[in-house]
Ligand binder design. Structure first.
Ligand code: HEC
Length: 134
């Protein structure tokens, strides 16, 4: 009995360590992808360019339309959109070469970087959103 509970305890510790390691990796992966594919425009600190490129840091848009993010990243977006009360109308090209996993990690980076506190998304939610892009 004691022995098996020790093994179980060991397994739990191992799982916790793996889980934490995995969590850090996906965040860092998202950060690297963000720097390569998004920071050019949205800036490394997510503030964008006033009047031209909307911010991602503290952006109400992300909280209002979380389901749109996968499609915006994959297909881009054009036309008027309002972020934090400010209207933008510059086209963003899509980045179709990013995989579902990469998109998930980028979104989770954005959702938790720079003081953002938006919900973590799962890979399956991203897949579903991508299937329903207009
Ligand atoms: C070439 C410049 C450029 C790049 C690169 C770019 N964006 Fe954008 N992004 C824009 C512009 C411009 C808009 C506003 C589009 C409009 O006015 O219709 C926008 C809008 C957005 C929005 C919705 C508005 C907001 O601020 O919440 C999100 C989310 C977004 N981009 C995320 C990303 C992510 C994630 C990446 C990288 C995978 C990325 N963008 C790469 C220029 C860019």
């Amino acid at each position: 009995m004691k022995r098996s509970s020790n093994i179980l305890g060991g397994l739990l510790v191992l799982l916790a360590v793996l889980y934490a390691a995995c969590d850090i990796k996906t965040y860092e992966h998202g950060e690297i992808l963000y720097e390569n594919f998004c920071a050019n425009c949205h800036m490394e600190d997510g503030t964008g360019l006033p009047g031209i490129i909307p911010p991602l840091a503290g952006a109400d848009y992300i909280g209002l339309y979380p389901e749109k993010l996968p499609c915006i990243i994959n297909q881009g977006i054009k036309g008027e959109l309002v972020v934090n009360g400010r209207t933008y109308n510059t086209e963003m090209a899509g980045i179709p070469q990013l995989t579902e996993f990469e998109i998930t990690n980028i979104i989770n980076y954005i959702n938790t970087a720079w003081g953002n506190d938006f919900e973590i998304v799962k890979h399956l939610d991203v897949r579903k959103a991508l299937e329903e892009c207009e």
